[in-house]
Design a protein around this ligand. Structure first.
Ligand SMILES: [Ca+2]
Ligand SMILES: [Ca+2]
Length: 134
C-alpha cells in the first residue's frame, strides 16, 4: 500500500472494532453507496445531500470500483476522525471542488456550507465506531 511510517498510523487495536462494524453493515465485504448512506443514517432525498454523499463516497473509493472495501473504509474513518489537519483539508478540498478544476469558487463554498449545516443535525457515526475512535 506504500504507506509511510508515522505516529498517525492505524493500529491493529483501532482496526478490530471497525472490522466488526464493517462486517455487520456489509457482510459481503464491499460497501455500496446505499449501504454507505445507511451506515451514516442519511435518509435524505434532497438532491443536494444525495449528491454530496455520493461525492464523499467517491472520494473514499480510491480504486474507483464503485464500492468501498474494508481497507478503503479504514482509511476513510482514520482520515476523518484521526487524520492530520493537512490531510483532512486536502480531502475536504477534494470533496468541495465539485467541478474538479482545482479551485474553490464562491458557489462551491456557499453550497458546501449549506449542506454541512444540514448534515450536522443528521449525521451520526455508528456508536461502536465513536466509542473506539474518539
Ligand atoms: Ca473501491
Ligand atoms: Ca471548483
Amino acid at each position: 500500500m506504500g504507506q509511510t511510517q508515522s505516529d498517525e498510523e492505524v493500529r491493529l487495536a483501532d482496526i478490530q472494532p471497525l472490522y466488526i462494524v464493517f462486517m455487520k453493515e456489509c457482510p459481503s465485504g464491499a460497501l455500496h453507496l446505499h449501504e454507505f448512506r445507511k451506515i451514516f443514517g442519511i435518509k435524505s432525498t434532497s438532491e443536494d445531500e444525495v449528491l454530496f454523499i455520493e461525492t464523499i463516497f467517491k472520494s473514499f473509493d480510491t480504486n474507483k470500483d464503485d464500492v468501498i472495501d474494508f481497507m478503503e473504509f479504514v482509511a476513510a474513518v482514520h482520515l476523518v476522525l484521526r487524520g492530520k489537519l493537512e490531510d483532512r483539508l486536502r480531502w475536504f478540498f477534494k470533496v468541495y471542488d465539485r467541478d474538479e478544476n482545482g479551485k474553490l469558487d464562491k458557489q462551491e463554498v456557499k453550497h458546501i456550507i449549506k449542506i454541512i449545516c444540514q448534515f450536522k443535525r443528521k449525521i451520526r457515526w455508528p456508536t461502536s465506531v465513536e466509542r473506539h475512535l474518539t
